[in-house]
Design a protein around this ligand. Structure first.
Ligand code: BES
Ligand code: ZN
Ligand code: ZN
Length: 540
């Protein structure tokens, strides 16, 4: 039996009956991913995938070429490569049933686009296309021939295949009675060369990263009545136990003890108790005393109504995903716990609802953040920056030397960048470069936006230190970043040297409205792979 919960005003609220729904929501099988050094034409499988690229010059007619040297496959497919039926554009599929000379029941050709532009990022998508081809046909076991191309190392190709395939095996229909289990059971990567440790490791890493991303997508997809802050805390604690992270989930008393006046102001209008979640990763060999401590901070608003500055009804349902920043950080910790980089990492998640009841905070209120700064509330819908203000400060008191936060923070970032690039804001070029280097590995898209001190005047308040919203339509993503920057202090013992910090505004890229050939619609799980690589770049 679930017990009731105590509201901030002391009254008891019954716990929602969510056990049945939880069971459905947690339904997620793991794909087994194995490399195998075997000739693809001799492998018995319901579906054999072979990749192809267009070798033609820029504007010339397509010249598709298979990225395999297997003679039987080349013989089976070659008539279709010259017929014009298949051009090898990115994600294009061409199935060949019962191919002669092959043990596979079906051969599926998948295009990777232009050969001279080929990177693992195209292969990741194409592997996803393979899975999204297999699922509706109830093909649950597939084999993919590792593409033979000088621009791809075997390890980078193996990792991209694992990532793309597992990410594609995610769907959002958890709560539908007619949900069919279409999930893939096994994925065999057939390698032309004997399997090296590098290939084996890369395949495993790809699987860890994609499974962690799907873990976040499952959380983000959950409705607000199921995934309350308390439930987010429970699922995080379960995950931490499974992967050996330390985890504390604090309630409202801890927020009061720490003086988190900004976080408290947001939660006070909701009957749901807030959760302050702290995860810690310790590397197997303790790093030297002065080594970096990476602090991940996430916005975990499990539903954002806007509060008293209430949002319009249209699309308000989407505000269940206002905890995506928190989910990305929790999921990154899940990946880090398995990849075991030699660097300390801690994670702080501030989770609550933003609701408009009689206890709710109001425009005009002044609140004091944990850092001691006073904030004039101009708009209760600018709540993410308030919970992050206390989360960022708290991470510093726990010893973070490098900070990164992720948040669905502003609609304005979508106005600036559309739904392709997410926004990156930072006070430090070197730290940003580490993040850019990580992006080249993961293929995600972030664009650096300004947050220089010439924007600082816009968040000055008449009666308090700063205000949480400017009321201006201009530069909304940057003024939100400027607000967060106020809570990034100096490196201890180095006055005038701010702690290096990155803010990721993922508001416009967190939810995909339309499905892609390689990806379900719904939560994208953006940033996790890059945050994890960024953290690894600080490992000694
Ligand atoms: N959660 C929203 C931002 C958001 C908008 C996320 C659309 C995803 C999609 C955030 O709390 C918010 O409401 N921001 C306001 C800030 C404004 C009041 C200064 C916004 O962007 O309108
Ligand atoms: Zn809001
Ligand atoms: Zn919000």
């Amino acid at each position: 039996m679930e017990t009731g919960q105590t509201h901030v005003d002391g009254t008891q609220r019954p716990a929602p009956n969510i056990s049945k729904l939880n069971r459905l929501a947690r339904y997620h099988k793991r794909v087994t991913t194995n490399p195998l050094h075997q000739s693809p034409s001799d492998f018995t499988t319901p579906l054999l995938v072979v990749f192809a690229a267009d070798t033609a010059a820029r504007d010339a007619a397509a010249i598709p070429a298979l990225l395999t040297t297997n003679a039987a496959i080349l013989a089976a497919a070659s008539p279709w490569l010259t017929s014009g039926d298949f051009k090898a554009t990115l994600g294009e599929t061409f199935p060949l049933p019962a191919p002669t000379g092959l043990k596979a029941q079906r051969l599926l050709l998948i295009g990777l686009g232009k050969a001279n532009k080929l990177t693992p990022h195209e292969l990741r998508k194409a592997a996803g296309v393979a899975v999204r081809f297999a699922r509706p046909r109830s093909l649950r076991n597939l084999a993919l021939a590792l593409p033979e191309d000088p621009s791809l190392t075997a390890a980078s190709a193996a990792r991209a295949i694992a990532e793309g395939a597992i990410l594609a095996d995610f769907d959002i229909d958890f709560y539908r009675a007619d949900r069919k289990d279409l999930s893939i059971q096994s994925l065999t990567v057939l390698t032309p060369e004997p399997i090296t440790p590098a290939v084996q490791i890369a395949l495993g890493e790809g699987a860890i990263l994609a499974e962690s991303q799907n873990f976040a997508r499952t959380l983000i997809n959950e409705p607000g009545n199921i995934l309350t802050p308390t439930e987010l805390g429970k699922r995080t604690a379960d995950m931490a136990k499974e992967f050996g992270l330390s985890c504390d989930v604090h309630g409202i008393d801890k927020l009061r003890e720490l003086g988190m006046g900004a976080f408290l102001s947001v939660t006070q209008g909701s009957p749901e108790p807030p959760a302050l979640i702290v995860l810690r990763y310790e590397p197997p060999t303790p790093p030297a005393a002065n080594s970096p401590v990476i602090g991940l901070v996430g916005k975990g608003i499990t539903f954002d109504t806007g509060g008293i500055s209430i949002k319009p009804a249209a699309d308000m349902d989407k505000m269940k995903y206002d905890m995506a920043g928190a989910a990305s950080m929790i999921a990154s910790m899940r990946a880090i716990a398995q990849l075991k980089p030699n660097v300390r990492v801690l994670c702080v998640v501030c989770s609550c609802e933003n609701m408009p009841d009689g206890h709710a905070f109001k425009p005009g209120d002044v609140v004091t953040a944990m850092s001691g700064k006073t904030i004039e509330i101009m708009n209760t819908d600018a709540e993410g920056r308030l919970v992050l203000a206390d989360g960022l400060h708290y991470a510093q008191t726990l010893g973070a030397t490098h900070l990164i936060n992720a948040a669905t923070l502003t609609g304005a970032i979508g106005t600036a960048l559309g739904q392709i690039n997410a926004g990156l804001f930072s006070n430090d070029d070197d730290t940003t470069q580490h993040f850019y280097d990580a992006l080249t590995i993961t293929g995600e898209k972030f664009w650096r936006m300004p947050c220089t001190d010439d924007y600082r005047d816009q968040i000055k308040s008449q009666i308090a230190d700063i205000m949480n919203s400017t009321g201006s339509r201009y530069g909304g993503a940057t003024t939100a970043a400027m607000f967060l920057k106020e809570f990034v202090g100096d490196t201890p013992g180095a006055p005038g040297s701010p702690i290096p910090w990155i803010h990721l505004d993922i508001a416009a890229v967190t939810w995909l409205d339309d499905q892609k050939p390689w990806q379900s619609k719904g939560p994208s799980g953006v940033a996790i792979r890059t945050i994890t690589e960024w953290v690894r770049s600080y490992a000694k």
